[in-house]
Design a protein around this ligand. Structure first.
Ligand code: F6P
Length: 763
């Protein structure tokens, strides 16, 4: 920067000096010319007027008179003297001061007589510059002498010297100002911003500032660089983040699973094959809203869990298209790419008639298997017709799956849930080369309980068609193995968790499902939970200090009524919380076509109203029941703003709400109250465990949560977050797919595989 300044200053000084000199030189020439002309003119005028006076006296030879005239004129300003000479150049009369100079016989004086012409010249003498004007004198046309007028012209040199001095001073002042201005401009507009930018880059390199804080934008000169610098900074930050993640991953070795790791893992496991998922519930449904079509993400733990997996691994998800605009949004093969905003995998929709849906989904799945598997004291209902629809629906889905797999060798299929107990065998019959797993998202009851299902053998047989059967927790898979043991002819290898039946081996294992664990939002976008709470409560028209949240499908297994009773009891026992604690229950209506669910929805509404009526004031009420489907973003706001989250399921396979709440608490605050009858209770040991049937105990847990010291709250939440982060959905999918791909297939003849694949596609 110093060299630049010196160069800049030097060049400016040189340029200014040259320009000034050029202009001054011109000015000097002009000035000199004008002064000389003026002097010459004055000399000529004086000579003419003197010549008139001198003429008669020269004629008369009156020397005295001539000397008088000469003396008289000699006193004029700047006149050095006057001389009158005859033709022999002898002085007739002359000023005293000129006598000595005239003796040197100046050439102009001699030339005046010799050439008989006016002479006007400037000569330099030891006393300075003189102007000599020589006017030849005539009488009757004859040269009789000459008049010499000599002016002191040294004032012209003085004047010129003055101009040069002014020029020098001007250049000096200009140079000073230029140097000053240059130094200041360089410092303020170039060196300063560059130094700040360099400092910022140093800090960025050291990871001490955010990429968004680019510090050079105030400088016009560097402004064009700001965008580039920002994107370089962002790339650097992203690269650093990726490197950090990578390093952490390496450090944690096997402990961390990310979308990227899963994607690489699945690709390496699948090779040239592909991943297929089948579930009843689709990840996106299209519904008419007014004249437009809206995309809805259904309230489903299964969808929450599997959607990130499909996004990471691509593949095809086959599901029931139940949105009223679903048919309008698929192609001729009933397929579409999703998620709609950034497609990453294929959704293949399967259509069911009203009767099929009634029998298979509402009937056998949700009035039969669902209550059979959940200990929630709702009696299962089994109807022949429902099972027949269940069988047909399984066949329909199997057909769709086989179509999708037709061009894939050794496909990998993940069947989801109790809606498809028959599907694994149907697939394996047609595609023995396929690796098939079924994951049972709900509990598996004891063998005695399961026995009451009239089609227990069919269900078990269908399930054991799979290469792998997965459950959330150990007790579910133990129950399953005992049920199989009691029901079917088979050999169970308890040591290796396998069931061997009719030459086929099925691995049975627990895989606790989880959620994605998102990175914390950037500081600028994340509001404080307290600001969010105030906004949320204002939107609900309630004033409260403390906020609790519950998020469920309105299902009798979720213990929502028990939860409301516990809140009522807490307010009874702790009146100080009246007017201060509000519980928001987000309840997405579910399966309302079934009377039990329809009645439950009404019961929850009535119970919330009853409790509110008992306690509410003008600005506060204890319970807000949001009876609607809420988007993930909306639910996240409640998760982040709440003091506590209540999960009081009477029985639950896992319960992903508990894990979602933990994943959302980037602030490491909030308390989870968790039913011990959920699968999640096995992992989330730092939640406050409750027995939802014990209203008194749950009420106390709510108070404990509200009054928990913030250090303990943080410590518990940190441990919970560590657990959910490590045991995330990518780990679940990674180990499930890893296990499945490690299973030895029963078929070895490749030709046979290809023949069957082609045949099944043709069917
Ligand atoms: O809990 C079992 C389960 O199938 C979940 O996977 C899912 O969250 C929920 O039930 C979905 O219910 P439905 O699809 O019937 O609305």
């Amino acid at each position: 920067m110093r060299l630049l300044s010196v160069r800049l200053i030097f060049s400016l000084i040189l340029a200014i000096t040259l320009v000034s000199l050029l202009f001054s030189y011109n000015q000097v020439l002009e000035e000199k010319r004008s002064l000389r002309t003026d002097l010459e003119h004055r000399a000529a005028v004086l000579a003419e007027s003197l010549a008139g006076n001198v003429g008669p006296h020269l004629e008369n030879g009156s020397i005295k008179k001539l000397q008088g005239i000469v003396e008289q004129f000699s006193n004029r300003e700047r006149l050095a003297g006057v001389a009158i000479l005859d033709t022999k150049l002898e002085p007739v009369a002359q000023s005293v001061g000129l006598a000595q100079w005239m003796q040197s016989q100046p050439s102009a004086v001699a030339q005046g007589i010799a050439q008989n012409q006016i002479q006007s010249v400037f000569v330099r003498t030891t006393n300075g510059r003189l102007h000599v004007y020589v006017l030849p004198l005539h009488r009757d046309g004859e040269l009789v002498g000459e008049l010499v007028i000599v002016h002191d012209a040294s004032y012209i040199d003085a004047q010129i010297a003055h101009v040069w001095r002014d020029t020098f001073l001007r250049v000096l002042v200009q140079v000073f100002l230029i140097v000053l201005i240059t130094v200041l401009i360089v410092r303020w507009s170039i060196a300063g911003p560059i130094a700040r930018a360099a400092q910022w880059m140093r800090a960025l390199r050291a990871g001490k500032v955010a990429p968004s804080s680019v510090a050079i934008s105030e400088s016009d000169l560097l402004r064009p660089l700001t965008r580039e610098m920002t994107s370089i900074a962002e790339s650097l930050a992203a690269a650093r983040l990726a490197a950090e993640r990578e390093a952490k991953l390496r450090e944690a070795s096997e402990s961390s699973w990310t979308a990227e790791r899963l994607s690489v893992h699945v690709r390496s496991k699948l090779g040239h094959s592909q991943l297929f998922v089948v579930s009843n519930r689709e990840p996106f449904s299209h519904v008419h809203q007014g004249k437009s079509v809206q995309v809805i993400v259904p309230a489903s733990g299964l969808v929450t869990a599997l959607e990130p997996v499909l996004c990471a691994c691509d593949g095809t998800w086959i599901a029931h298209g139940n949105g009223d605009a679903d048919r309008e949004t698929v192609d001729s093969h009933d397929r579409l790419r999703v998620p709609p905003e950034e497609p990453k995998y294929t959704l293949r929709r399967v259509w069911l008639t009203k009767e099929e849906e009634e029998g298979y989904y509402y009937g056998f799945s949700n009035e039969g298997i669902w209550p059979l598997c959940h200990i929630a004291h709702t009696r299962p209902i089994f109807r022949d017709a429902d099972f027949e629809h269940y069988r047909q629906a399984n066949q329909k889905f199997a057909k769709a799956v086989l179509e999708e797999m037709a061009n894939t060798e050794r496909p990998v299929l993940l069947v989801q849930d109790y809606h498809f107990a028959l599907l694994p065998r149907l697939i394996k019959k047609q595609r023995p080369d396929a690796r098939v797993a079924i994951f049972w998202h709900i509990p598996w009851p004891s063998s005695e309980s399961f026995e009451i299902c009239p089609w227990q053998r069919e269900l078990l047989d269908g399930l054991l068609g799979a290469d792998l059967v997965g459950f959330h927790i150990q007790s579910h898979y133990t129950n399953f193995l005992q049920t199989v043991d009691r029901t079917l002819e088979c050999r169970i290898d308890w040591e290796h968790f396998t069931v061997n039946r009719e030459g086929h081996s099925t691995l049975v294992k627990p895989f606790p499902i989880s959620v994605e664990f998102p990175d914390p939002p950037s500081a600028t976008t994340d509001n404080s939970p307290y600001e969010d709470r105030v906004t949320l409560l204002r939107e609900l028209g309630v004033e409260a200090l403390f906020l609790g949240v519950g998020v469920d499908r309105v299902d009798y297994t979720k213990g929502i009524l028990e939860r409301l009773l516990a809140i009522e009891r807490m307010l009874e026992k702790n009146p100080t919380y009246q007017g201060k604690f509000t519980f928001v229950q987000i309840g997405s209506p579910s399966r309302t076509h079934i009377k039990r669910y329809h009645d439950l929805l009404a019961a929850v509404e009535a119970e919330a109203e009853r409790i509110n009526w008992r306690f509410q004031t003008a600005k506060w009420k204890p319970i807000v029941f949001l009876k609607r489907h809420c988007s993930h973003n909306e639910i996240s706001r409640y998760y982040r703003a709440a003091d506590l989250c209540l999960v009081t399921s009477l029985h639950d396979g896992m319960n992903l709400v508990a894990k979602e709440f933990i994943a959302a608490r980037h602030d490491e605050q909030g308390v989870l109250i968790l039913s011990r009858f959920t699968g999640a209770a096995r992992e989330l040991r730092d939640a406050l465990m409750v027995n939802p049937y014990d209203i008194e105990h749950t009420a106390d847990a709510i108070r404990v949560a509200l009054e928990m010291h913030s250090d303990e709250r943080t410590a518990r939440m940190q441990r919970l977050r560590k657990q959910v982060k490590e045991q995330n959905i990518y780990r679940w999918a990674g180990s499930l797919i890893g296990e499945l791909c490690g299973v030895r297939l029963d078929v070895s003849d490749r030709t046979q595989i290809t023949d069957r694949a082609t045949a099944s596609a043709a069917r």
